[in-house]
Design a protein around this ligand. Structure first.
Ligand code: TYM
Length: 330
């Protein structure tokens, strides 16, 4: 079986973008691939986190993975910081990465665009893609399922792997990107030119996986559309197109089918179909998350077993890296 690695960082509550762009797709892929899915807490601390919140959210995300249909019997689920090889490999790779290629990462540029002074930018934020590279390469992943916003980082991981292979000799599998079709980039409900993001200040911009039904209905009814008034899948109607994408990703429809379904109908009817599809999807997930969080020992068992399995694979690769670089084996 081919292998995949992916992760979500617990830096905020998970959104519909994380769910459709990543988690729901991961559940589908588990039948076909050997999967390693992590909660990447070391990535979350590249920006300030409240310790108690971080701890709580990390476990909630593990519960969300399982509640969304990711089977801990089939997949390796673990918390990144439980496998120290990630930090170690990250340093070895940092020494094989140049400032230039990290400076070109668009996520870094976006996140620091408004900061005038380098003194105010954490170096963790700059080095973030190297840690992500370590995550992927340690498991010799053939593919990495992510939303479009993470594509550039996976390509960097591939470049770094290729360079390491040619500097030292064949060590890493070169990872490919897997991007979901309609859900590759779920847009902000208030500004459909931007990606939906958990760090947005306006809660009407995003749907959270744990949002209550009435909140979901309200946010969808307020979603920005246009004055054209016809449900069409075009660039001129980015708000409507985004809602069509959401409905397609939830229900397995094609965009054309949705356009046909709502021919001659108004936005109110269309939006309420989108809202109900979301409520139908998230109600059972939320119930399962609550159930899982009420029996912490079960979650603990899952992440401990996951860390053991992940460590075994990660150590194998780390040893190889150390040896090739010239570190004396213990
Ligand atoms: P993060 O935590 O920002 O997002 C987790 C996953 O959700 C996807 N995503 C979206 N997809 C579609 N539409 C959106 N609006 C949207 N918002 C987020 C992301 O593309 C991602 O797949 N650096 C990564 C975490 C990471 C990782 C890794 C991923 C660390 N190491 C190794 C893959 C492999 C991140 O910050 O994702």
């Amino acid at each position: 079986k081919k292998r995949i690695f992916s992760g979500v960082k617990p830096s905020g509550d998970l959104t519909l973008g994380n769910y459709l762009g990543a988690i729901k797709n991961w559940a589908t892929l588990q039948e076909e691939y050997e999967c390693f899915y992590s909660i990447v807490d070391l990535h979350a601390i590249t920006v300030k986190q409240e310790p108690a919140e971080l701890r709580k959210r990390t476990l909630e995300i593990l519960a969300i993975y399982i509640a969304s249909g990711i089977d801990p019997e089939k997949c390796t689920l673990f918390i990144q910081s439980h496998v120290p090889a990630h930090s170690e490999a990250s340093w070895l790779l940092t020494c094989n990465t140049n400032m230039g290629e990290l400076s070109r990462m668009t996520q870094y540029k976006d996140k620091t665009a408004k900061v005038k002074d380098n003194e105010a930018i954490g170096s963790g934020l700059f080095n973030y893609p190297v840690l992500m590279t370590a995550d992927i390469l340690l498991y010799q992943a053939d593919a990495v399922p992510v939303g479009v916003d993470q594509k550039q980082h996976v390509e960097l991981a591939r470049d770094i792997a290729q360079r390491f292979n040619s500097t030292y000799s064949d060590t890493f599998v070169l990872p490919d990107v897997i991007v979901p079709k309609e859900a590759a980039k779920i847009m902000d409900l208030q500004d459909p030119s931007r990606k939906m993001s958990k760090s947005d200040d306006n809660p009407n911009s995003f749907i959270l996986i744990m949002d209550k039904p009435e909140v979901i209905r309200k946010k969808i009814s307020r979603a920005v559309t246009d004055s054209i008034g016809v449900v069409n899948y075009t660039d001129e109607q980015p708000g409507v197109r985004n809602l069509i994408n959401i409905l397609c990703a939830l229900k397995g429809y094609k965009p054309d089918e949705v356009v046909d379904m709502f021919r001659g109908k108004g936005y109110a009817e269309f939006k309420s179909a989108v809202a109900e599809a979301l409520v139908d999807e998230f109600t059972p997930v939320q119930a399962k998350v609550r159930e899982l969080l009420s029996e912490k020992s079960k979650l603990e068992e899952i992440y401990k077993k996951g860390a053991e399995r992940a460590s075994y694979e990660a150590q194998k690769t780390l040893r190889k890296m150390q040896k090739k670089i010239g570190l004396v084996p213990r």
